[in-house]
Design a protein around this ligand. Structure first.
Ligand code: MN
Length: 270
């Protein structure tokens, strides 16, 4: 049973080493990962420069590309046959709520899913020190379950592990995504020449509509497992927008959006 391991922190990250080691007890691990840190590149693919695959050890390859490049190259070129499972991580830092939109770790698992291979993303809470051995233990347990039972179609699992020693972890929760954004996300500074420059940074703030969200789970000391599906269509909203069809087609009068829906974007407010 072959397992592809990748990440967005780069092939030298201790997180990917811990993950590969734990999964080696389950299957034949292949590592194909970026040659440097590519955090927050989301689902980027490299289109305008050549990609090089460099073999650094048996079944271990670095790529001068993004996590999504790595999954594509691994599945379609490097590995003799597609793996039974793709596991991405273990990321330095959680990927909760809206983080999944930016995360290279989660996007790698998404790409595995797109290519038809059951996939999971694993992220470890921490500051400077990360307890990757704890994350690896949970990742291996989830991996075994996925290999035995599969995943629903077009669905990946996003796994987050709290920064706690084993005995302090309170359990595991199946969760939904929280909202997780930044307060004052753009820092403005002056360089030595008096020109303005910017850092995208700011303080992370999180909130959730429900108690069963990933942010709450990790904060309360639980390992969080969130099933994420590729189809992000807002199925319940489709009918509401039908009235727009004729208007956008230039065949009718402006449709009136029901009042109750006008404030929907405010519900997630600051
Ligand atoms: Mn990362």
């Amino acid at each position: 049973m072959r397992i592809l391991v990748t990440n967005d922190d780069g092939i030298q990250s201790p997180g990917i080493a811990a993950l590969a080691q734990a999964l080696a007890a389950i299957g034949e691990v292949w590592v194909v990962a970026p040659d440097r840190e590519r955090t927050a590149v989301a689902h980027a693919v490299t289109l305008h420069k050549p990609l090089r695959v460099h073999r650094v050890a048996p079944r271990t390859y670095s790529v001068n590309g993004t996590p999504v490049d790595c999954v594509n190259l691994a599945l379609l070129k490097v590995m003799p046959k597609p793996p039974a499972l793709v596991v991405s991580g273990i990321n330095k830092g959680v990927n909760l709520g809206d983080d999944v939109m930016y995360s290279g770790t989660v996007s790698a698992a998404m790409e595995g899913t797109i290519l038809g291979v059951p996939s999971l993303a694993v992220s470890q809470e921490g500051q400077e020190v990360f307890r990757f051995n704890i994350g690896a233990t949970y990742a291996a347990r989830v991996a075994r379950l996925v290999l035995d039972h599969g995943l629903p179609e077009e669905t990946l699992l996003n796994v987050n592990i709290p920064d706690l020693i084993s005995s302090k972890i309170r359990g595991v929760r199946i969760t939904r995504l929280s909202r997780r954004r930044f307060h004052n996300p753009i820092i403005e500074k002056l360089d030595p020449h008096g020109r303005t420059y910017y850092w995208i940074a700011g303080k992370r703030i999180s909130w959730s509509r429900s108690k069963d969200a990933d942010h709450e789970a990790v904060e309360e000391g639980y390992v969080s497992l969130t099933p994420i599906r590729l189809d992000s269509t807002h199925h319940e909203a489709v009918a509401q927008f039908r009235a727009w069809e004729d208007v956008v087609a230039g065949r009718g009068r402006p449709a009136v959006v029901p009042k109750s829906n006008r404030r929907s974007s405010k519900q997630v407010g600051k």
